[in-house]
Write a protein that binds this ligand. Sequence first.
Ligand SMILES: [Zn+2]
Length: 613
Amino acid sequence: MTSEKAKEERTHSLPERSDIPEKYTWRLEDLFETAKDWEKALKTVESTGEDLASRKGSLKASAEGLLEGLSLADTLEKLMERVFVYAHMLSHQDTRNQKAQSMAARAVSLAVKTGELTSFIIPEIIEAGRERIESFITERKDLEIYRFLLEDIFRQSAHRLSAEEETLLSGAGEIAHAPENIYSMLTNADMSFPEVEDGKGHLHPLTQELYGTYIISPDRTLRKNSFKVLHGVFGSYKNTLSGTLNATLRSSAYFARSRKYSSTLEAALAPDNIPPEVYHGLIETVEKHLYLLHRYTSIKKRALDLESIHMHDMYFPLAPEPKPCISYEDACQMVAESLKPLGDEYVSLLMEGFESRWIDVLENRGKRGGAYSWGSYGIHPYVLLNYNGTFRDVFTIAHEMGHALHKAFTDKKQPFVYSGHSIFTAEVASTTNEIILHEALQEQATSREEKLYFANALLEQIRTTFFRQTLFAEFELTVHNMIAEGEAPTAETFCSLWRSLNEKYYGPELEIDNELEYEWARIPHFYSPFYVYQYATGYAAATALSRNIREGGTQEVKRYLEFLESGKSDYPVILLRRAGVDMTSSEPVKEVAALFEKTLENLEGILRESTES
Ligand SMILES: [Zn+2]
């Protein structure tokens, strides 16, 4: 059966939303009781926006004006968020619902308008000047909660230009999105892939989405063919894709220079105030531990009994997923049980989430795929799942509830203005939960199959989230540096750099196919400069925190919960330091290496046992 057909049949076997028992659906009424209330809120957003716009000039005039302006902006954004989140979650329940689609579209355009209306605030604060704003804070104590926000505006103000120059830059900013748009059009809309043959000679359609399932298939021929064909097609566009990547490298260098940053890296790290040594330190420390990735490659080669190991073998799991049908209730129990080290407060909030319909659990016809956590300030968080009863789904619950509880703890403690999370810390709480669950399940595993499955799953997670993303980060740093030094990298430059990085990371046992050289052309994140390293640093922070929690006492747990409560009230590196992890040191990265090594030894033990028996 072709997978398109399989997908179609699967869709037909799915229940309609109305047939899903209520307890497995989220309570959107907690956001808005009725659609009418949503419409009313939409009107309030519009009138509040007009009210705020009429205060232009008053924020810099007096302490009272500043306080009123900032709190009105909070009120506006808070309600806007609720309008936006509700409409989108409603449409995700069943994407065929036209009314929900149009509500979501209206929310998007209102959000754009709201963004435009509030855009005068920062320039006006900068215009008032640091001293005057400081005197306002002294005068009106209620302004104290905005201190960090205001200080951060002045920290970055050295890189703001005159109003006229800012207008020119924002116009150029729209044009600068062109390479990314072209890349996305070419690779998502225009590019097509020929069918690929499996080991039995059957043909399968290939898309980028299907590639993800073929590359973990036990059928080696299918893995090999889909890897070669997919990357081969990208390779046939290598000059165009090197052109779009070059354009992005050059435009980000231009913007960094215009804003008087010393490099693109410095400009990319500035909004979260991340010291560049965090980036360089990650690459340097990972480099010192690459022997572990080499060892993994070689163990995998032996375990799979291969004459030579290729990249398309690296993704293949050493054991199939055991017990494929875990009830949702059991899954929640497993997650809650494993997270007990986080303390009663955490676990009881987790249970509240399970029991109070925060979660949309099951698949239904038209429901959006995947999983996420989302929500609106002041209301409990929400989680969307497509639960199917696999171990992978249990990990997804732990992950998404990690996000949800991070939000719940933050909302409880922080005012709206600091209720978000920076991208640098965003994946820390979710990954911490996953690692804790992992260690618990690994310890409980009894059969060889289970032990092998868990060891392999953790090693693959570390390989793809930590080592692979650091390889990406090193590639980015090298090519951005080339631009800064006036070089003009070509497709050949990118290909040979990609090959040499893979040689360095995976070691002498990996047999490099020529098609691997084109993989750089397939990575959309390279169009957001210096983004991917945060997957690796987030993983490192989570590894260190989960060990602190498991091995530490109440003090460690308390510091972790304080981190969850801290939201965006300070810079990520500072918040993590308070939680007990210093991201400017090499320690967190070394912790991942230690966890990887421990799991490798574990894997070797399981493999030895099975050859002996
Ligand atoms: Zn996540």
